[in-house]
Design a protein around this ligand. Structure first.
Ligand code: PGA
Length: 252
């Protein structure tokens, strides 16, 4: 049984003061939630403030990126051990990092290894662009991204991994993918690739999220799909009421 995970990716939003207020607003309802793992991923500068608030709650904390080195002359970067001071999770390879910051499959792979070594659970993002989708390359791209991100990962670490399938054309556009189509792609391509790399039992242990314009209205249609173990949510995670509604939808 995979426990559903609802993760809020705040992206470049919220100062630590705003983050604190937002989480204070969410806590009373989120506290009552059972059987759903709840994750918020604020910007680095808000991690300390939010971690103080969430320490004794059922809310888990994640970062949105990190570098793979532990320390040294890498101006502007944040290391796995710095993140592990506050967080249990880290988002890696988000399509915005791939598109705007040149992150390659190989960089994502190095980060996955570094995160696991620091005791962090990676949320590895994969997904095809509109052009790749329209030219029939979605399956190939997604399977390559999964394979390259997880090269060399030990079977013993498999249950710490989360994959987020986020078609780039669905992110922030209000045009979510069709839930049944996502389910098929997750079964055949994502879990299929995992099976090839990590055995059937290993593949079954990995939680796979959907991301891309998930909102309180469409969330249930995704959570009903057997292969979808939760959601990675951008826009709708920035308001307490909508994030709480998404978590409640996952509980049912
Ligand atoms: P969205 O973003 O929910 O705003 O589409 C999802 C994501 O990028 O993780």
């Amino acid at each position: 049984m995979r426990i559903p995970l609802v993760a809020g990716n705040w992206k470049l939003n919220n100062t630590s003061t705003q983050a604190y207020k937002l989480v204070v607003e969410m806590i009373p309802v989120l506290r009552t939630i059972r059987d759903v793992e709840i994750l918020v991923c604020p910007p680095f500068t808000a991690l300390m403030a939010v971690s103080r608030l969430t320490r004794d709650t059922n809310i888990r904390l994640g970062a949105q990126n990190m570098y793979w080195e532990a320390s040294g002359a890498f101006t502007g970067e944040i290391s796995p051990i710095m993140i592990a001071e506050f967080c249990q999770y880290v988002i890696l390879g988000h399509s915005e990092r791939r598109a705007y910051f040149g992150e390659t499959d190989n960089a994502v792979n190095r980060k996955v290894h570094a995160a696991l070594a620091a005791g962090l659970r990676p949320v590895v993002c994969v997904g095809e662009t509109l052009e790749e989708n329209e030219t029939g390359r979605a399956s190939g791209v997604v399977s390559r991204q999964v394979r390259e991100a997880l090269l060399g990962v030990d079977l013993l670490d498999i249950d710490k991994l989360v994959i987020a399938y986020e078609p780039v054309w669905a992110i922030g556009t209000g045009k979510a993918a069709a839930p049944d189509g996502v389910n098929t792609l997750l079964a055949d391509i994502v879990r299929g690739t995992l099976r090839g790399m990590f055995t059937e039992a290993g593949a079954q242990a990995v939680r796979i999220l959907y991301g891309g314009s998930v909102n309180p209205e469409n969330a249930a249609s995704f959570f009903r799909q057997p292969e979808i173990d939760g959601a990675l949510v951008g826009g709708a995670s920035l308001k307490a009421a909508s994030f709480v509604a998404l978590v409640e939808a996952a509980q049912r």
